[in-house]
Design a protein around this ligand. Sequence first.
Ligand SMILES: [Zn+2]
Length: 313
Amino acid sequence: MTLSNCDEIIELIPAFVLGALDAHEAAHVATHVAACSRCRAEAESFRDVVGLLPYAAGSLDPPPHVKRQLLARIAAASENAVAYPVQQPQRSTARIFLTGRWFAAALALMLALIVGLGAATFEARGRADQLAAELATSRQMLRAMEAQVAEIRRAAQTVEAQLTATQRELDETRTQLAASQRELQEVRALAGTDVQLVSFIVAPQTVSQLLGTTKHAPKEASARMFMQPGHNRLVLLIYGLKSAEPGKVYRLWLAKGDQAIAIGTVAVGPDGVAEFVVDAPEPMDAYDQVMITLDEVDTAARPSEEVIFEASL
Ligand SMILES: [Zn+2]
């Protein structure tokens, strides 16, 4: 094949650079461009423009029918553009009519871009749809997890509340148990005291003595003491005595000569009764006087003037 007309080749260059020619046409243009510096410069400058466009970088290889459609569209667009008032040069052999090579280049580029962008857009849209679907799934999972977390938190709060309630009940039970144990000990102590008291009182060697009342004693008050010769134990039964006022106590004293020893305090019950069992430091025979005084709580060094009961032994 002889060298073609340059104008004809130039018209094909945009499609050539975009790889939109069939093999025969491409070979035809390539042969001409290799030999013709003018058309080569044209092809190179056009390739530079194409190179600026990432979508037209040549990675796209549309099938032959797309190429044909593309060329047909270029041709159709060119025919429409014939009315464009630019003076056409003589181009009797040109297969397609163009108003100018840049117009053709722009059209070809635009179409290539549409194809490329279309594919890219389609691909991007597909990816976007996929991402959106994944996002929706993730959101659903997140919402489900949030719901589960909320439920677990609620359950934990309930358990915690129950635990607190149980702990409180346990504490209350412990307190009650401690109180019961204390009461039990008191009852046991009382029972023990009563047994000791009764067995001491009814023993054949026991002697009893009524204590004298003073002007400080209530009219109906009485006190009787029980003891055994050569024995340290002293049992007192008191009736008709009022409970001591706050800050005061009934105190038992044993005197030897002019020396009085505080033996203990006597608690009077609400019924006015006091039972008192005590072991003195020495056998009861060692003492020559007994008395019960109403004292200030903290004055155990010597008996107060307010003597309620007294007796010589
Ligand atoms: Zn040429």
